[in-house]
Design a protein around this ligand. Structure first.
Ligand SMILES: Cc1cc2nc3c(=O)[nH]c(=O)nc-3n(C[C@H](O)[C@H](O)[C@H](O)COP(=O)(O)OP(=O)(O)OC[C@H]3O[C@@H](n4cnc5c(N)ncnc54)[C@H](O)[C@@H]3O)c2cc1C
Length: 386
């Protein structure tokens, strides 16, 4: 097994780095470096710049309008974005619904949605979770019944990331409450969020930001042609979507960026440098694991159960790095800076983003499959336990 990148792949890395340097808006870049959250307009502008270059949808095959990257190119591309740092392509659009529509959609749905999704002419939200349906997603209760030319949807979705920016939401609904298995009565619907009967309410999280929401659906009429896949076969679509959600989930480049910041603050503090080195050593091991998985994946699009290790360990290391950054910043981290506050001239105002980012990063062990669920997958599929 050769874990080195080829000369062509190294050349591709330089090309991506140069593109980011020349095309990422300086204000968006400064926000990313400082740990602020870019605005909707800034995220859209960057994705459109990537789209003009043909790179907005790194995981899409050529026939879906994507660049047709190899697994190694996809990894290099995301690693450069994370390290720059630059915003990732919008995951709801690019990592989730785009590949689903390409794999399961009708030709009319592909025509209507794929290009608009790549360019964020449509911003999507993910309407899966509910109050008692998170890890146990098949417990969902939102219902849809057929009435003439539409489904009528009733229910309450919880934790919809950035739904207040969204135009449409891909949603799981129960279409057959009497199905012999819970998974067999679920359908996958695309819902226009401007439809009558929809209320989106903000949830402000521990970091003081408004990124997640709850979405209430009250007798919402959804045209029948917004069903993806067959009625009651939404679980197959969901499994496909969730396996894609793990691509690039280790976010090693983001942790490298955090460690660079720790070192900047640590100066000559040896104890702090030693802690940073301990995280870096583990990060190197994770990176080698990632490359081994990539090597095994070349030419295959089947999800690898080892990606659970990447998610689990990637999150642990990112959380450890953010904790160390908090320690290095000390009380200055408590002078919180809002995402939209004008930039001051102070060299250390970015310290005010450390505390909120530390807080919200705790949630990374819950979304995208919680750490406990990942451990169960590792135990069953990799260790052969249970
Ligand atoms: C910041 C954030 C953004 C999110 N964005 C979205 C979004 O955009 N769209 C969306 O639909 N959802 C979103 N979610 C919801 C997310 O998918 C759920 O929070 C997640 O699936 C966990 O579900 P839950 O919150 O109901 O917790 P639960 O599933 O109730 O879990 C509670 C605890 O029990 C543990 N647990 C559960 N089952 C088991 C088990 N079988 N074995 C061992 N331990 C177990 C879990 O690990 C966890 O620690 C988001 C969540 C957060 C926090």
């Amino acid at each position: 097994m050769d874990l080195r990148f080829t000369a062509e792949e190294e050349a591709f890395r330089r090309e991506v780095r140069a593109f980011i340097r020349d095309n990422l808006d300086p204000v968006t870049h400064r926000k990313m470096v400082d740990g602020r959250v870019p605005t909707k307009d800034e995220i859209v502008a960057w994705q459109r710049a990537l789209n003009r270059r043909g790179w907005a949808t790194p995981s899409w095959p050529k026939e879906a309008g994507g660049p047709g990257f190899s697994a190694a190119e996809r990894y290099i591309f995301l690693d450069e974005l994370h390290q720059a740092p630059a915003p990732e392509p919008l995951s709801f659009n690019v990592g989730m619904i785009g590949p689903v529509i390409h794999a399961f959609g009708t030709s009319a749905q592909k025509e209507r949605f794929l290009a608009a999704t790549a360019n964020i002419d449509i911003w999507w939200a993910q309407g899966f979770s509910e109050q008692s349906a998170g890890s146990d997603l098949a417990a969902l209760r939102t219902t849809a019944r057929r009435e003439g030319d539409a489904y009528v949807v009733d229910g309450h979705k919880l934790w919809q990331g950035m739904a207040h920016h969204a135009d449409w939401m891909f949603t799981l609904v129960r279409t057959d409450p009497g199905a012999p298995k819970r998974q067999m009565g679920i359908s996958f619907l695309l819902i226009d969020l401007r439809s009558p009967g929809i209320t989106i309410r903000p949830i402000v999280t521990l970091d003081g930001r408004h990124e997640v929401n709850e979405v209430f659906l009250d007798e919402v009429r959804v045209p029948l042609d917004c069903l993806v896949g067959a009625e009651n076969a939404g679980w197959d679509v969901t499994k496909f979507l969730l396996s894609n959600e793990r691509t690039g989930i280790a976010r090693i480049g983001m942790t490298k960026h955090l460690i660079r910041r720790v070192k900047r603050l640590a100066g000559t503090d040896e104890a702090m440098m030693r802690k940073a080195a301990a995280i870096e050593a583990e990060l190197k091991i994770l990176e080698i694991t990632q490359l081994r998985i990539l090597d095994a994946q070349q030419g295959s699009n089947t999800p690898d159960p080892r990606s659970s290790v990447l998610k689990l360990k990637g999150v642990e290391l990112r959380q450890a790095a953010s904790e160390l950054l908090l320690e290095a910043a000390g009380p200055k981290a408590l002078e919180v800076v809002g995402d939209d506050e004008p930039f001051g001239s102070g060299d250390d105002e970015w310290l005010g983003t450390i505390m909120p980012n530390y807080a919200i990063l705790r949630a990374a062990s819950i979304y995208g499959g919680s750490s406990e669920v990942q451990k169960t997958i590792v135990a069953k599929t990799l260790l052969g336990l249970g």
